[in-house]
Design a binder for this molecule. Structure first.
Ligand code: RAM
Length: 891
């Protein structure tokens, strides 16, 4: 009897997405089966224009029976897709014995606008003669229109220069935050799609309204008091398509018939907070009954439509509500809410205070040594929300166009005669609404807390762009930070779309000579040099997307950008195979830095040359995947030369490294630049450097992500375990003893004596050192991918019960379904492993020190257990090839 069925259908990584602009969308499905070792041998996909019929006359594509194991990102190859049309699809598969599944449930996707010709909307902004275009206030824009027929479907496409919120007939449209998100606005601007049929059901007259604030487009950005980086005029761009039940349709657009006004949002800036005067509210302004006679005209702005792309990643949303855990009266008499967690988002308040009460909320990450409210590390970012009450009952408010990074909120202006009520405040957590995908847990409570802190660091800094920090006047898409953290990020959340979008921005902002700006979107340029390990994001990130999601399209899209970065590096050095010139961030914040410097002691030319080699090796792999054989040959040769260049410059003939830091040893080992006895020697030296520090690290941004990997892989796993379990300074767990609930920028953000690292660059929410998460998942729990069959089509289980722990477990929702890798030590010395592989995958479990004779799989002999494809011992390891299913292996 077959139990084969299909469980989760996605199109371009999303469930029933609307507003796609790819003309070759890709489908992914998961198989469900109760049998061990279930593989797909063939599939069939049908796509229909009609939800209720898959008759051939309705089909725009029938793949037919395709002999293939592919169940992830299968490319649509049917008729040309039309803008705004909805398509319905279903999938059927056959397993390896030829038994079919039933047809899946029906899923759909909907196309968005496909070309500049699909737009008739105009960019609109208030007329400068009546409203100051540079005003701090948010603009309110509105338009009333009439509908006389029964509506079948209504869809809004909208975007803006600045950030916007939409209302339709008095109701907020959608629950997305900070639309249209942040892209390289000069080249690319995302359009959001909203299905609004239900908001247009009653009456003939309807009103669309939009509120428009500065956002990333023209507000303060970066630390140099820069404004108007992308442009100096805010504008709205909107098109509403209404389809009637009689088959006709109508379009309403942003044009010069709209009206504009100021309203209650007096000031709103991403860094600085928001000022809202409820007495200025325009009651029911987005209803058709509202009189807008005193509103101003708008004018049409000449701005490109060629930059418009449909929304590419998940939107930002409020994903969690947090209540204060306590109210603190500080030594200096401040009233401070403690939310118990350094978070990113905004505070929602429910107030019942007299008219005119001016309440201020200031946001901070930490309290100072004395326990007072501390905002020194925010630099120029004010993070201040001011609300003026209108009185007369309960009023609710949260800022619209500003987010804050905070754990503590100082409340100023609460009336003396009213008892303070903390229950009236709720923290709203906001980030890109990626699906949570992985979990890691072990027997060490502080390591579990570390894992939680890493996840919170990711949540706070994945707000449309991977930012370094979410609180001070920075919050930028630093390439180096993104590069070191991406692999960890891809364990905790599904980041496929998030990075696909960001990489397109990287490509858009890349310099003509291949150089990569320090931050993406680029707001620090023009800058004619790039830094190693930062610019390498151009290669490392697409390659990681391929490893984790098996996504070849990302490689195709980024291929020229990857190549351009290699070309850039090649043109930099005094000789072609060494990068020994120019500015680099080096081993940023390494503890072996000279007094007063941010740059660790590892020579920058060594770092640059190592990354030059590494990126070239990844580029060769990408060229292999895409079958660009000429590039494979050319760049393999280049790689060999760089390795020679590295060897010549940095290694002594007897195999010692000319630089004496931890990071200098980590990089060549991690990137495979040294082999044989040189490798052993470098690993031994590295171990000695760690031991010399009394088993502590000295590494910065560049060495830290790889340090434990390199130790574990070269026979010093015990040392890696000691390092990660250190609790005193400097270590990962040290910060937890100092109260950290996120990852800090500096190992000594708060020093052992309780004082702070200086104000000038001290973030308490900086994910870079959270890159240790990757080692916890891949090494300690042993859940890893295999580049030969990427996207977890083949899974490598390499658990390490010799990690000084009683148990460890990791899980991951991959494109194929759930994967688990767990181990537990029993009192009698046995180790119990649990592995779970989703259908249509296989895996190899490599168990150190285990023997065939002493191992059982699901209670049976290893070789004969159901689902086991082979089992053999070699080099002191037991290797078991597994088909899909769940296995309990006792050794
Ligand atoms: C700091 C950022 C970032 C780092 C750069 C070099 O300003 O916080 O983390 O990548 O410097």
């Amino acid at each position: 009897m077959t139990t084969l069925s299909i469980s989760s259908l996605t199109c371009e990584y999303r469930v029933n997405p609307i507003g796609l602009d790819t003309t070759q969308p890709r489908f992914t499905w998961q198989l469900a089966s109760e049998n061990h070792y279930t593989m797909q041998s063939a599939y069939q996909i049908q796509v229909s224009r009609n939800e209720n019929s898959f008759e051939s006359s309705c089909l725009v594509w029938d793949s037919g029976h395709v002999q293939s194991e592919q169940s992830v990102l299968v490319v649509y190859e049917g008729q040309a897709l039309l803008p705004r049309n909805r398509y319905f699809y279903r999938v059927k598969v056959w397993n390896q014995t030829g038994s079919p599944s039933p047809w899946s449930e029906i899923a759909f996707w909907e196309m968005g606008q496909l070309s500049p010709d699909d737009w008739s909307a105009k960019w609109i902004t208030p007329h400068a003669a009546s409203m100051d275009p540079e005003a701090e206030e948010a603009f309110y824009l509105r338009k009333t229109f009439t509908v006389r027929k029964a509506i079948r479907k209504a869809t809004i496409y909208a975007t803006s220069l600045g950030i916007y919120e939409l209302e339709l007939n008095g109701a907020r449209v959608g629950d997305w935050e900070f639309t249209p998100g942040w892209t390289s606005y000069r080249h690319r601007l995302q359009v959001q799609t909203y299905e609004v049929t239900s908001l247009l059901q009653h009456g003939e007259n309807h009103t669309i309204g939009a509120v428009l604030a500065n956002g990333w487009y023209k507000g303060d950005l970066a630390w140099k008091n820069q404004r108007n980086i992308f442009g100096d005029v805010r504008a709205l761009f909107l098109q509403l398509h209404i389809e009637y039940t009689d088959g006709t349709s109508e379009i309403t657009v942003s044009d010069d018939s709209w009206r504009a006004s100021f309203g209650p949002v007096r000031m709103s800036e991403l860094y600085h907070g928001e000022t809202y005067d409820a007495n200025l509210e325009l009651s029911e302004w987005s209803m058709s009954t509202y009189q807008d006679d005193n509103w101003c005209p708008v004018t049409v702005l000449d701005h490109s439509k060629d930059i418009l792309v449909m929304q590419e990643n998940e939107p930002s949303r409020i994903t969690q509500h947090m209540k204060p855990i306590t109210v603190i009266e500080t030594p200096s008499g401040e009233t401070v809410l403690d939310f118990g967690q350094n978070m990113v988002g905004k505070v929602h308040m429910r107030l019942e205070l007299p008219v005119g009460t001016r309440l201020q909320l200031l946001h901070a990450e930490v309290l100072d040594q004395e326990g007072n409210f501390y905002i020194g590390n925010l630099r120029h970012a004010k993070q201040t929300v001011t609300y003026v009450c209108k009185g007369g009952g309960e009023e609710q408010y949260e800022p619209h166009f500003s987010f804050q990074g905070f754990r503590y909120v100082k409340v100023v202006g609460w009336p003396r005669d009213t008892a303070f009520d903390a229950e009236r405040f709720t923290g709203h957590v906001i980030h890109t609404d990626m699906a949570a995908s992985g979990t890691f847990e072990c027997s060490h409570p502080l390591l579990n807390k570390l894992q939680q802190n890493i996840v919170w660091g990711q949540r706070g800094n994945f707000l449309d762009v991977p930012t370094d920090c979410p609180q001070r006047d920075e919050r930028l898409g630093w390439t180096g930070d993104a590069q070191v953290f991406i692999r960890t990020a891809a364990f905790n959340y599904d980041v496929a779309l998030f990075f696909t979008k960001w990489l397109r921005d990287l490509k858009a902002d890349q310099h003509e000579n291949g150089g990569v700006p320090f931050v993406i979107p680029d707001v620090l340029g023009p800058n004619d040099h790039s830094s190693s390990a930062w610019g390498d994001a151009a290669v490392i990130c697409p390659w990681t997307m391929y490893q984790i999601y098996g996504d070849k399209r990302v490689l195709e899209e980024q291929y020229d950008s990857m190549k351009a970065w290699i070309t850039y590096m090649r043109s930099q050095g005094e000789n072609e195979y060494l990068w020994n010139t120019g500015f680099h961030f080096g081993d940023w914040l390494g503890l072996d830095a000279k007094e007063g410097s941010y740059v660790g002691a590892t020579p920058r030319d060594l770092i640059a040359t190592c990354f030059y080699a590494y990126s070239t090796s990844l580029f060769v792999k990408a060229a292999e995947v895409l079958e660009r054989s000429e590039d494979v040959a050319t760049y393999s040769e280049l790689y060999e030369r760089i390795v020679e260049g590295f060897t010549h410059e940095f290694l002594t003939p007897s195999g010692r490294l000319a630089a004496h830091t931890q990071t200098a040893h980590v990089l060549p080992l991690m990137f495979g630049l040294v082999k044989g006895s040189t490798r052993d020697r470098l690993a031994k030296m590295l171990a000695e450097y760690v031991v010399e520090q009394n088993n502590h690290l000295t590494t910065g941004f560049v060495g830290t992500p790889y340090l434990c990997h390199v130790l574990s892989e070269n026979g010093y796993h015990d040392l890696a375990v000691k390092l990660v379990q250190q609790e005193d300074y400097p270590s990962w767990l040290y910060s937890i003893h100092k109260g950290a609930t996120t990852i800090w920028e500096h190992w000594d953000g708060i020093k052992p004596d309780g004082s702070f690292w200086s104000d000038d660059m001290n973030s308490y929410n900086h994910y870079a050192y959270g890159s240790i998460g990757d080692w916890l998942y891949r090494v300690v729990a042993g859940l890893d991918s295999d580049d030969q069959q990427p996207g977890y089509k083949r899974i490598q289980f390499r658990p390490r019960p010799d990690s000084g722990l009683e148990y460890a477990k990791a899980s991951l929702h991959s494109s194929y379904g759930k994967i688990r890798s767990e181990w537990k030590k029993e009192a009698d010395g046995r180790v119990v492993y649990e592995f779970q592989l989703p259908p249509n995958t296989t895996g190899l479990a490599t168990l150190r020190g285990a023997t065939l004779a002493a191992a059982s799989v699901n209670g049976q002999a290893a070789q004969t257990a159901s689902g086991v494809l082979s089992a053999a011992e070699s080099d002191g390891e037991l290797r078991i090839e597994l088909g899909s299913g769940t296995y309990s292996i006792i050794c």
